[in-house]
Design a protein. Structure first.
Length: 260
């Protein structure tokens, strides 16, 4: 796909071409007098400029104001979707689609709570960045992870965000998908084997057993900012997921309301 051909077929776009993005051109973009600037190069400082969005094309960097929906749609022709996947505690428990995503990745931003041997599935020339945390100690802060996801994706890289376990369980998934959605960058979230399953079912410890216990609660004592929260599920506003309840929904909700 050639960006010049696309630009030529959209005469409503006001376009400037330059070796780099000057302060004057940035101002023209942000005040709406220019639709885009096609630059041969873009510095890190320029990429981080407030109000600026961009992507790398076949003919250089396309710069435009944040929120320009037309150019966001054009960008999808030049970028790959970000894959947010989960690594299991060991390779044999990883899903096939996670292994495939690892083998295709050009950039991998990974957590740390899994067997590091799993990372050998990545191509030898892939850029691998440890962004994990242990006991509140962050290798990279979350806002920086968000920025890295944006920048690598806008560079046209095949980006894998490899989390430990299922991304949707204590994985701060929404902070990253919200960021990608804000900039209209495509992404895919893959389900994975959680440490919850690996530590229980895989060891013979059953969390549900007929006539003994018909459910369980999963939470973390850690709260935002490092505080330790209470653990009484009765006093917390937690989501409730019902299994095998399709044909008894009305009765189930009535019981839940009465119990509350």
């Amino acid at each position: 796909m050639r960006i010049e051909r696309i630009i030529g077929n959209l005469p409503k776009l006001t376009v400037a071409r330059a070796a780099g993005l000057s302060a004057a051109l940035l101002a023209e973009l942000l005040n709406g007098r220019l639709s885009l600037v096609l630059c041969q190069g873009l510095s890190d400082a320029d990429k981080a400029a407030a109000g600026l969005d961009w992507f790398r094309s076949d003919a250089g960097y396309v710069c435009f104001a944040v929120g320009n929906s037309m150019l966001q749609r054009i960008r999808t022709l030049f970028v790959s979707k970000v894959v947010l996947a989960g690594a299991a505690p060991r390779l044999g428990m990883c899903t096939l689609e996670a292994v495939e995503a690892m083998r295709r990745a050009e950039v991998c931003l990974h957590d740390t709570l899994f067997d590091p041997e799993i990372l050998k599935q990545l191509p030898a020339d892939a850029e691998v960045v440890n962004v994990g945390k242990r006991c509140g100690k962050h290798a990279v802060k979350q806002p920086e992870i968000n920025r890295m996801l944006l920048d690598y994706a806008r560079e046209g890289k095949r980006v894998l965000r490899l989390k430990a376990g299922d991304p949707g369980i204590f994985g701060r998934l929404c902070e990253e998908t919200d960021t990608l959605s804000e900039y209209a960058l495509p992404f895919e979230v893959q389900a994975a084997v959680s440490s919850l399953s690996a530590a229980t079912t895989a060891t013979g410890l059953l969390l549900t057993r007929r006539c003994v216990h018909r459910g369980f609660t999963v939470m973390t004592p850690r709260c935002a900012g490092g505080a330790i929260g209470e653990l009484d599920p009765r006093s917390m506003d937690l989501p409730v997921v019902l299994f095998m309840a399709t044909h008894i929904l009305e009765e189930s909700f009535a019981n839940y309301k009465n119990a509350a």
